[in-house]
Design a binder for this molecule. Structure first.
Ligand code: C2E
Ligand code: CA
Ligand code: CA
Length: 672
């Protein structure tokens, strides 16, 4: 009950008491004034008291009212606060419900992402090394959850080549570093190691102390394998699977750098197959490919793991031999390569073999830069190859070789200049019928006069003309000049056939029958007035092509002789296939027939063989009467040599042709 109410009730009870007292007085009792006065005073006092009581009451009741008012306000405020709070709580509840829903959604999405990313999750306590990892992670490594946990705790899962580096990175991350992004190899089950991508982050407390390292593994083996195979393809030769030129260059640069750093000596070998084109033509490209692989594998079998074997293209290979201790070692490697590569392989039931040429250059003696080394190894290789298609060989670079090459270059320039200035002339050496002692023809021999009246010998410039690609032009001039001279004699009524020496290269590069046909027609000369002398090398390089061209020359009436017989790598098997009329025994045998039984035996055998093949024999380099007698006894038909005559200017031939040869002491052993 409030105070206002209490005051009001107290006042009501006083008034009630006063009226009650008045009602109790009798008229007798009120008779006396005194008594009335007293009563009045009493009444007044009572009225005053009542007023006072009333004003107090009023005052109190106002206070009560005010108190009541503020109470009401407080209650209303409280009610409002309760409402607000209730709303707040309701909002908070709604929000948290929404958050929970969102969280669930995002968790689901996260799980989906994890599922899709195929990542294996893992975290490790940096201090205790306690590990938690996902089921997927364990599955990835073909391990149970316990095994995976254990292997991750001590990081022993990271084995193999880059394992040590990975462990170091992770240990560092668990101390200070905050991110790890790397690719690592991990052994999976019993199979080979697979590649994984590992991304991990370290979580630190506010004091900077590493708490957890958490990360994810993703299997990237397929991607790495594709990348590795793409890289392999970019650096290896498709056919032989050895290094290609790009990788060779890289390895050479590495060897060069290592040598500069540590004074290491390394060698470059350039290896080229001889007459590889012929193998392809004769046995097909499959055989060619098989040979290239055969060479690649055999070279690989000879060198060390630290060396590099590369195919630079076509039939050209290159080898880097690292850390050379002695020259003998390089020599031994080359010999082994020749031995192993020289073994024949079976291809389409045929035995196919190949010869190789190698050139060696060694750092630092043979070149300060890699390109200089390659160039010099190449020079050495060409030197080894020179005219040795049918033989494997190697040559070790020397600085004299450069001098030779410079000399050769100067010679080539001089030959070009000489051709332009028409410095070359032909001399003619008679061939005699040994029975009649009469000239049966002449051999055209080229002469290059020097300023002092002497001649540069053909042996000194013909090989350079061949190597420098000048021989075809020079030979065409010789063919024309020979035909012109034979035609001049023919017009004078002298039938002196002129034999022209041919270079093996001409068979490979020229259409010889056409050239001869044109020369004969231009000079109005019968083909029987011209002969050709070919060496065995012409035949060996391409038997089919040579035979074909010779047959066409024969069809023009041109006589074909085999020159220098017995000195080349002749095979009797092809001899009978060739359209040849004459075999010329090399002068190295004739020079010794009378004092070296071996030479005599060979010369004798050649004469018999030639006759058996239906060919006539010309003995070259006859210098003495005894040699001539020896030849006559063996029915050798013709002879040529200083005993009869050296090569002479054309003008001197008609006189000789008109007489029978008369031996005189003065005639023998003339200089050519
Ligand atoms: P070849 O075809 O065997 O020529 C014979 C060589 O023997 C000639 O040397 C000739 O002068 C020399 N000779 C002749 N009789 C005797 C002798 O009794 N004793 C000695 N010791 N030598 C004798 P030449 O003229 O110096 O020619 C050397 C080689 O150069 C020739 O050998 C031939 O292979 C080549 N050659 C010469 N002229 C030509 C040519 O016009 N074209 C081509 N492609 N090669 C040629
Ligand atoms: Ca000759
Ligand atoms: Ca000869």
């Amino acid at each position: 009950m409030n105070r206002h109410l209490t005051t009001k009730l107290a006042f009501n009870s006083c008034e009630h008491d006063y009226l009650h007292e008045m009602k109790k007085l009798t008229p007798q009792q009120l008779k006396s004034d005194e008594e009335n006065l007293i009563l009045k005073r009493q009444l007044q006092r009572q009225k005053k008291a009542r007023k006072q009581a009333e004003s107090i009451l009023e005052e109190k009741s106002y206070e009560l009212y005010q108190t009541n008012q503020s109470l009401q306000e407080s209650i209303a405020q409280l009610d409002r606060r309760v409402d607000e709070r209730t709303q707040e709580l309701r909002d908070a509840k709604n929000l948290s419900e929404k958050n929970a829903q969102d969280l669930e959604k995002s968790n689901k999405r996260f799980e989906l992402v994890l599922e899709a990313s195929k990542a294996g999750l893992w975290e490790i306590n940096c201090e205790t090394r306690e590990v938690r990892c996902s089921e997927r992670l364990a599955n990835m490594f073909h391990l149970s959850l316990t095994e995976a946990t254990e292997k991750l705790a001590d990081l022993s899962i990271f084995a193999g080549e880059n394992g040590r580096e990975v462990k170091a990175r992770l240990n560092k991350a668990m101390a200070s570093e905050t991110t790890v992004d790397l690719e690592c190899e991990i052994a999976v089950g019993n199979g080979p190691a697979r590649w994984f991508k590992l991304n991990a982050r370290t979580h630190f407390d506010t004091n900077g102390k590493a708490l957890w390292l958490a990360g994810a593994f993703v299997d990237i083996n397929e991607r790495i394998e594709i990348a590795l195979s793409a890289q392999h393809m970019a650096t290896h030769d498709n056919l032989t699977n050895i290094a290609n030129r790009a990788l060779f260059n890289k390895r050479m640069a590495e060897a060069h750098e290592a040598s500069i750093r540590s004074n290491e000596i390394f060698s470059i070998i350039i290896l080229d197959l001889n007459a590889f084109k012929e193998v392809n033509d004769e046995h097909g490209h499959q055989a060619g490919d098989q040979l290239l692989r055969h060479v690649a594998n055999n070279v690989l079998s000879v060198v060390q793991n630290t060396d590099t074997v590369a195919r630079l293209g076509g039939d050209e290979f290159a080898i880097i031999l690292r850390d050379i201790k002695t020259v003998d070692y390089v020599t031994a490697v080359c010999q082994k390569i020749i031995y192993r590569c020289g073994k024949k392989i079976t291809c389409n039931e045929a035995q196919v073999g190949i010869c190789i040429s190698m050139g060696v250059a060694t750092y630092p003696n043979d070149g300060a830069t890699t390109s200089e080394l390659i160039r010099n190894a190449d020079l050495a290789m060409y030197h080894a190859k020179k005219n040795k298609n049918s033989q494997s060989a190697f040559h070790i670079f020397s600085h004299e070789l450069v001098a030779d090459i410079q000399q050769a270059r100067a010679m080539r320039l001089a030959i070009k200049e000489g051709m332009k200035k028409q410095e070359f002339i032909l001399h003619y050496q008679p061939k005699y019928n040994v029975e009649s002692n009469r000239i049966l023809g002449v051999e055209a021999l080229i002469r290059w006069p020097r300023a002092d009246g002497s001649y540069t010998p053909p042996d000194e410039f013909i090989p350079h003309a061949e190597e420098g690609g000048l021989i075809n032009e020079l030979s065409e001039w010789i063919i024309n000049e020979g035909c012109k001279q034979a035609a001049r004699w023919f017009r004078q009524g002298l039938e002196i056939p002129v034999a022209i020496n041919l270079s093996p290269l001409q068979f490979a590069e020229q259409n010889l029958p056409n050239i001869f046909y044109d020369a004969l027609r231009r000079n109005n000369l019968p083909g029987t007035m011209i002969g050709v002398e070919i060496t065995e090398n012409c035949v060996i390089d391409d038997l089919y092509r040579t035979t074909h061209q010779l047959s066409l020359l024969r069809a023009l009436g041109i006589e074909v002789s085999i020159d220098d017989f017995g000195t080349g790598y002749s095979s009797l098997s092809y001899l009978h296939q060739l359209p040849i009329q004459v075999i010329k025994i090399d002068r190295s045998f004739i020079g010794q027939v009378t004092d070296n039984p071996e030479s005599a035996t060979i010369a004798d055998a050649i004469i018999k063989l030639s006759h058996a093949l239906g060919a006539t024999v010309v003995a070259e380099g006859v210098e003495t009467e005894e040699q001539l007698v020896w030849l006559k006894e063996r029915k050798c038909e013709a002879a040529q040599g200083y005993y009869f005559s050296p090569a002479l200017p054309a003008a001197k031939i008609p006189t000789l042709a008109s007489v029978t040869f008369q031996a005189s002491p003065k005639d023998s052993r003339q200089a050519g």
